[in-house]
Design a binder for this molecule. Structure first.
Ligand code: FNR
Length: 190
């Protein structure tokens, strides 16, 4: 079965190492996954005054999330938490109240950092947020990528075979997880 995966890049930087990581993950993913980026950079800052008449950017974001079979978050850690731009996008997708677009969407969280602990604290924050939003998450394996210059080429080619093998393994497990969640959901178990 083919699955459409919507992915978020949590960095707005033109030189984002997480954008490069997203390219690597897409290259290494099983062929039955098709990827579409869900853009976040043009969203206004959310507040609930928008709920009465959601702007087109907010509606488009919600439609992108809802039309995806699964979601993948590829994000840096900012000050030991979720970058504001990504959290803002999540807030947009979660509202208006009663229309949370993340509910039941199988989700994976990965991230790269120049620091030694590779976005572990951001990922932990994301898990709380996605749990609250009722999005099932791939619990294991976890993917904390410590970025070193030269680890990726600009097109996402991974230069280190151990890292490439690990990322391919992560994406195989992610694909199997998406399939499990969607199958059990189709059978009415969740
Ligand atoms: C960082 N960085 C960082 N790294 C980390 O491991 N833990 C952290 O808490 C933070 N905090 C942080 C805050 C802010 C405001 C910035 C700009 C950066 C460093 C971060 O890992 C590095 O800038 C990465 O290159 C960010 O990923 P992208 O944007 O290149 O994908």
């Amino acid at each position: 079965t083919n699955y459409n995966i919507g992915y978020f890049v949590g960095s707005l930087s033109a030189n984002s190492i997480n954008r490069t990581l997203s390219k690597a993950l897409i290259k290494l993913a099983p062929d039955n996954l098709q990827f579409t980026e869900i853009p976040i950079k043009d969203l206004p800052l959310y507040n609930y005054d928008f709920d009465a008449s959601y702007p087109p950017e907010g509606t488009a974001l919600k439609q992108s999330i809802e039309s995806a079979d699964g979601l993948l978050f590829v994000s840096p850690e900012y000050n030991r938490s979720i970058p504001g731009a990504l959290k803002n996008a999540i807030d947009w997708g979660s509202r208006p109240w009663g229309t949370n677009s993340f509910a039941r969407k199988p989700s994976g969280i990965v991230g790269a950092s120049v620091g030694a602990i590779g976005t572990a604290v951001m990922q932990s924050s994301m898990r709380s947020v996605l749990s609250f939003l009722d999005a099932p998450q791939l619990n294991s394996p976890e993917a904390y990528i410590a970025f070193k210059p030269g680890l990726f080429e600009d097109d996402g080619t991974v230069t280190d075979s151990g890292t490439a093998d690990f990322l391919a393994h992560y994406m195989r497990e992610y694909a199997a997880f998406v399939e499990r969640v969607l199958d059990s959901s189709a059978e009415g178990h969740i």
